[in-house]
Design a binder for this molecule. Sequence first.
Ligand SMILES: [Zn+2]
Ligand SMILES: [Zn+2]
Length: 239
Amino acid sequence: MPVNLKATHLVDGALDALLPSHCLLCGARGQGALSLCAACEADMPRNTMCCARCALPLESPARLCGRCIKREPPWDAVWVPFRYEWPLAQLESRFKFGGDLAAGRTLSMLWLATPRPEALPQAIVPVPLHRSRLRGRGYNQALELAKPPAKHFDIRLLHEALRRNRATGAQTELTAVQRRRNVRGAFETNFDGAVPEHVAVLDDVFTTGATLAECVRVLKRAGVQRVDVWALARAPARG
Ligand SMILES: [Zn+2]
Ligand SMILES: [Zn+2]
C-alpha cells in the first residue's frame, strides 16, 4: 500500500508543535514554542546602551556615537535590539551558514519579544542577496527574518523592491570610504505599483552600515520619504 508522504509530513509537523521544545544551545527544556531555555535566553546580548542613530553599542551612556556626530546616517530611525555577540552569534551563524532554519525562527521570536519601535513602517524591504550568493545558500537570511515581523505587525513584505545587481564581496576588511564605494550602484529598486511613504529595510546583522546606507539612499531616490533600518544584531565598530 502506498504511503501518503504528504500526510505523514503533516502529522510530524503537528506533533512537533505539541511536543515541548528543546534549547538549541544547551539541550535543556525550551519555553513553549521558543527553542531556548530561560538561562540561554537571559544570556542573549541586548543592545540597550547604544547610539540613537546607528545602534552602535556604547561603553558609557550617550545619545550619539562619535561617527554619527560627525556624519549623520541617511536613515530616519533604527531598530537593532541585540549585539552581535555570543551566544546570539552562534545561533545566527548556524542560521546563516548552516542552513538551520529553526535557529532563524528562534532569532525572530527573540526579536519580536523586544520593545517595538515607536512608528511602524508600511512595508518591510529585506536586503537582497546577489543571485550567485542566493544559489549557494538556498535562501536569503534577511528575507527569512523579515517574514515573522511582517506577519506580526501586519505590514507588507516587499521582497522584490530592492535588487542587488552585482556581487559586492565581504566588506569587513575595507575602510569606511572603500566600503561606501564598494556598494555604490549595487542596488536598484523595483516597485510594483505605488511607492510606499515609509519603509524599513531589514538585514540580519548590521556590521559596517555601508550596505544598509546604500539601500536607504536608493529607496529614498526612488521616492520613499522615510526609511528606517531594522536589523537583529549590531556588530561592534570596525575602522
Ligand atoms: Zn539553554
Ligand atoms: Zn552612531
